[in-house]
Design a protein around this ligand. Structure first.
Ligand code: NZQ
Ligand code: ZN
Length: 379
């Protein structure tokens, strides 16, 4: 087991009606708030009106930036940061899924400086301070509500990349599973796939930490048991709550203690799919995972078999485990081949180039450019 530091400063408010606590929390950071949201789901569900009412009652002065797209882009980050700077925002309130909250994290770093948020990704700039971030999560998937990561696309450079910094943790996150009831069936499935993929990235990472492995398989088993039930009962609060809690625990540090690193090559592969075809994040992972598992089956044979045996509670070998995982992804409505998202063999070169530009590689199972065409062929 590796030495580790466990650190997670995000205060999590979880459960029915926790949103009312915003009125007490937000003014702790100041009066001037920058409100961020996505393409309009919060307006359609009435959440926008509810939040505005809370902000008014709390006496907050609001500037708002809406329209952040799924697979968020650096242009929105920079435009929202400029608005936040002009408004002299004391605090950011991000209301939405991973795309809005990830954007908010980089906006919080960019407001105090004069350069693009992308400079943190390219390594040109290091963050020195962040405007405090409070999040209201509306989609269970990424774990961004309780971690330090943010994933942004830069189409001009052909990159979709992750960035992590201790300043990026939300100060507080409000998770009311009721707010996820409006998430449509397809995105509910993609979210379940994403949380499972976060667990698998850690499971196939480097290092030996048995308790972390047990946390990992427990979270995956929770998703496998309750995910399919949720897809048949989208309005069920209790099932929404189980999946929301699982998604947060899948990527908040719990599964990483004592490991050397996660692998994360599958995420890098998925990010290239999202960059090129705007594939929803979870759907990109269910295409990349089976291909990656097949590609590294020989060196990981025993590890894959042990995972399958633990998850499905019967003796399985590596091949059977891969088939079962693929079956689970299908069961929750996710694509498992490029053909399922109408990406044909003519895209092979574009994908390989995308892998090269984004330096797709794993923290544990190393790759070179020669691996890419075969991996793409398996997708
Ligand atoms: O934009 P709006 O109108 O809000 O609609 C969104 C969007 O169309 C909709 N939605 C969200 N909440 C809803 C809802 N629709 C109805 N009711 C609600 N309550 O769902 C769609 C997808 O939203 P998005 O935020 O893009 O999804 P998700 O939460 O899966 O976030 C994906 C992004 O997070 C990144 C991904 O790469 C991707 O860019 N990730 C972030 C991570 C992190 N920060 O730790 C880790 C992940 O591995 C991931 O890479
Ligand atoms: Zn993910």
């Amino acid at each position: 087991m590796q030495n580790f530091i466990a650190f997670n400063p995000t205060k999590l408010h979880f459960g029915k009606d926790v949103l009312s606590g915003l009125a007490a929390s937000l003014p702790l950071y100041g009066k001037r708030v920058l409100l961020l949201y996505g393409k309009g789901s919060i307006i359609r569900t009435g959440l926008y009106d509810r939040v505005m009412q809370i902000l008014r009652q709390a006496g907050m002065e609001v500037a708002e930036y809406g329209g952040i797209k799924p697979n968020p882009i650096v242009e929105d980050v920079d435009a929202a940061a400029a608005l936040g700077r002009k408004h002299k925002a004391d605090v950011i309130l991000a209301v939405g899924g991973g795309s809005v909250i990830d954007s908010a994290k980089i906006i919080s770093l960019t407001i105090p400086v004069e350069h693009s948020g992308w400079d943190f990704y390219s390594g040109k700039a290091k963050p020195v301070q962040a405007v405090p971030l409070v999040a209201v999560l509306t989609l269970a998937a990424t774990g961004t509500e309780m971690n330090r990561f943010a994933v942004i696309s830069n189409h001009a450079e052909g990159k979709k990349q992750g960035y992590g910094h201790a300043l990026c943790y939300p100060r507080e996150s409000f998770l009311d599973p009721t707010l996820t009831i409006s998430v449509p069936k397809d995105h509910t499935g993609y979210g379940i796939a994403d949380l499972v993929a976060h667990c698998l990235e850690m499971y196939f990472g480097a290092g030996d930490a048995s308790l972390s492995d047990r946390f990992i398989t427990s979270v995956v088993r929770e998703a496998m048991e309750y995910g399919p039930q949720l897809l048949d009962n989208l309005n069920d609060y209790d099932l929404r709550a189980r999946i929301m809690y699982a998604a947060t625990m899948a990527l908040n540090g719990l599964t990483a203690n004592g490991k050397v690193s996660g692998d994360w090559a599958v995420h890098s592969m998925g990010h290239v799919l999202s960059l090129l075809y705007d594939t929803p994040h979870g759907a990109s992972l269910t295409i990349a995972y089976p291909a990656w598992l097949k590609y590294f089956k020989e060196p990981m044979r025993d590890r894959i078999a042990a995972l399958g045996t633990e998850l499905f509670r019967e003796q399985l070998d590596a091949d059977a485990t891969i088939l079962r995982l693929e079956g689970f992804f299908r069961q929750i409505g996710c694509p498992v081949r490029l053909a399922d998202i109408n990406v044909g063999p003519d895209q092979q070169e574009a994908l390989v180039n995308g892998f090269i530009v984004n330096e797709v590689n794993g923290g544990n199972m190393k790759m070179t450019e020669e691996d890419y065409p075969v991996l793409v062929g398996l997708m």
